[in-house]
Design a protein around this ligand. Structure first.
Ligand code: ZN
Length: 421
C-alpha cells in the first residue's frame, strides 16, 4: 500500500473517530453546601461541604484536562442558596450541570453511591420542575446513568442506582442536570473512603468519565422552543450554526447573519442581478433595490462601517453586485444591526423571484390579513406574497409586526418552509 493510500485511509478513520466539533461543551460543577451550611457530618467530624468542594475541584481539573469548559458555582467555603446556584448556572450558557454531594442516612449501615435527577414520569406536586427540565428528562437520566456507573466502578462504592428526585438544583434549571451523592458520611466505611484523598480523586475521575460518555442535546437552548424541529433540520443541512452548542433562537438576527443565510439558501453566485422598479424604502430604512452605480467593487470600500476584515464582508460584496441592497443614506450598511421582519420579507421575496423568475406570484388579497400591513406599506406586496406561499406567518393571525426585528428562530422556520417545498 502506498503512502498516499495509507494517509487517505487514516484520514477516513479519523473522521469517524473524531466527528467534527468546533466547540467545547461547558459543564457547571456545583459543590453542595458551604459557608454556614456544613451539610452532613461524619462521626469523625468530616464535613460534607469540605468533601464536596474537594471532589468538585478535582472534577473541574479532570474536565478541563479533557477539554471541557468549566464553571464552578463556588470554589471556596461560602454559602450559596439553591436559587443562587440555579441562577448562576442559567447565566453561564452551559451544557451540563453536576452538583456534588455526600449522603447521610439514619441507619449507619446504608452505604454506596447514587445519582439524583428530575424525572417527569415521577413528578412531585408540591415541587414542580421548570418546563425545560421536564422536557430534558431523557437527557438528565442518560447523564445520571453514565455518571452513576462510572463513579461506582472507579471508586469501588456500592452502586445504589438512579433516584428520580425533585431536589431544587435538579428540577429548576434549563440544561441536563444531576446531583451526585458520592457516598454516605453516616457509614464508617464510606466515610473512610471520603476522607481518603486518592479515593476522592478516583471519584472525580469516575464522574468525569460518566460526563464524557454523555452527549448533550444539540442546541440545548431550543429544547421546548416552537422552532426546534426547523432549526435542527436547517442545522443538519449545514445551513445554520450556533454559538457553541447554543442557537440563541430568540436573539434578533443581524443583517450580516441574514445575508449569510440567504447566500446559503439561494446560492448568490448562481443568481443574476435584477432591477425592479418600485418603492425602495424610506429615508430611515435601508434602501433596497436598483442601484444606478452598481459595481463589482468590494462592499467594504463602499460602506464606511463595513471593515474589510468583517466576517461577512464577502457576502455583502456579492449582495451589492446583485443589487440586493444598498446602504443607508449616511453611507453605512450597519452589518451587525438587527434586520426587521418587513425588510426580510422584501429581500426573501426578491430572492425567490430571482431564483424562479417564471413563477408568477398570486395577487395580493383585496382585504389584507394583517391589520398592521396595509397594502400601501412598502413591504406589503412581499409580505403577502410570502404568506400566500406559506413561507412566512404573522406574529398572530392579524398582526405581522413588519418593524419588529426578526429572530433567529423565525428565519430558520422561513428557510425550512421554503426548502421543504
Ligand atoms: Zn448534600
Amino acid at each position: 500500500m502506498n503512502l498516499l493510500k495509507k494517509l487517505l485511509i487514516l484520514s477516513f478513520l479519523l473522521t469517524f473517530a473524531f466527528p467534527y466539533q468546533a466547540f467545547a461543551y461547558k459543564v457547571v460543577v456545583d459543590a453542595g453546601h458551604g459557608g454556614s451550611d456544613p451539610g452532613a457530618i461524619s462521626k469523625n467530624g468530616l464535613k460534607e461541604k469540605d468533601v464536596n468542594l474537594d471532589i468538585a475541584k478535582k472534577l473541574s481539573d479532570e474536565l478541563a484536562r479533557r477539554g471541557y469548559e468549566v464553571y464552578m458555582t463556588r470554589s471556596d467555603d461560602r454559602y450559596l442558596s439553591l436559587q443562587q446556584r440555579v441562577e448562576l448556572t442559567n447565566s453561564q450558557n452551559a451544557d451540563i450541570f453536576v452538583s456534588i454531594h455526600a449522603n447521610s442516612h439514619t441507619s449507619s449501615k446504608v452505604n454506596g453511591s447514587m445519582v439524583l435527577y428530575y424525572d417527569d414520569a415521577h413528578p412531585q406536586e408540591d415541587y414542580p420542575a421548570s418546563d425545560t427540565m421536564k422536557l430534558l428528562t431523557p437527557y438528565s437520566k442518560d447523564l445520571a446513568q453514565h455518571v452513576q456507573s462510572a463513579l461506582a466502578a472507579a471508586a469501588g462504592t456500592a452502586d445504589l442506582g438512579l433516584v428520580p428526585s425533585a431536589v431544587y438544583v435538579a428540577r429548576m434549571g434549563t440544561i441536563p442536570s444531576i446531583l451526585v451523592e458520592t457516598a454516605f458520611l453516616s457509614n464508617s466505611g464510606d466515610a473512610a473512603l471520603l476522607a481518603n484523598d486518592s479515593v476522592r480523586t478516583k471519584m472525580a475521575v469516575g464522574i468525569e468519565r460518566g460526563i464524557e460518555a454523555f452527549v448533550p442535546p444539540v442546541f440545548t437552548d431550543t429544547i421546548g422552543h416552537w422552532a426546534r424541529d426547523a432549526v435542527l433540520r436547517m442545522k443538519n443541512k449545514g445551513l445554520i450554526e450556533g454559538n457553541g452548542n447554543r442557537y440563541e433562537p430568540q436573539r434578533a438576527l443581524t443583517r450580516a447573519e441574514f445575508l449569510t443565510l440567504m447566500d446559503r439558501t439561494f446560492t448568490f453566485s448562481k443568481l443574476k442581478a435584477q432591477c425592479k422598479a418600485g418603492k425602495t424604502g424610506s429615508v430611515t430604512d435601508a434602501v433596497y433595490g436598483c442601484s444606478s452605480n452598481s459595481t463589482t467593487s468590494s462592499a467594504s470600500k463602499t460602506y464606511k462601517d463595513l471593515p474589510a476584515d468583517h466576517w461577512a464582508s464577502d457576502v455583502f460584496t456579492t449582495a451589492k453586485a446583485l443589487n440586493l441592497l444598498q446602504g443607508y443614506q449616511d453611507g453605512t450598511i450597519r452589518p451587525d444591526r438587527p434586520i426587521t421582519r418587513g425588510e426580510v420579507a422584501v429581500l426573501f421575496n426578491r430572492l425567490l423571484q430571482m431564483k424562479q423568475p417564471a413563477v408568477s406570484q398570486k395577487p395580493v388579497p383585496a382585504n389584507p390579513a394583517f391589520n398592521d400591513v396595509p397594502l400601501a406599506l412598502w413591504s406589503a406586496k412581499a409580505i403577502y406574497a410570502l404568506k400566500n406561499q406559506a413561507i412566512i406567518n404573522g406574529i398572530t393571525d392579524t398582526e405581522f409586526r413588519p418593524d419588529q426585528s426578526i429572530t433567529r428562530a423565525e428565519i430558520a422556520a422561513m428557510m425550512d418552509r421554503y426548502l421543504s417545498k
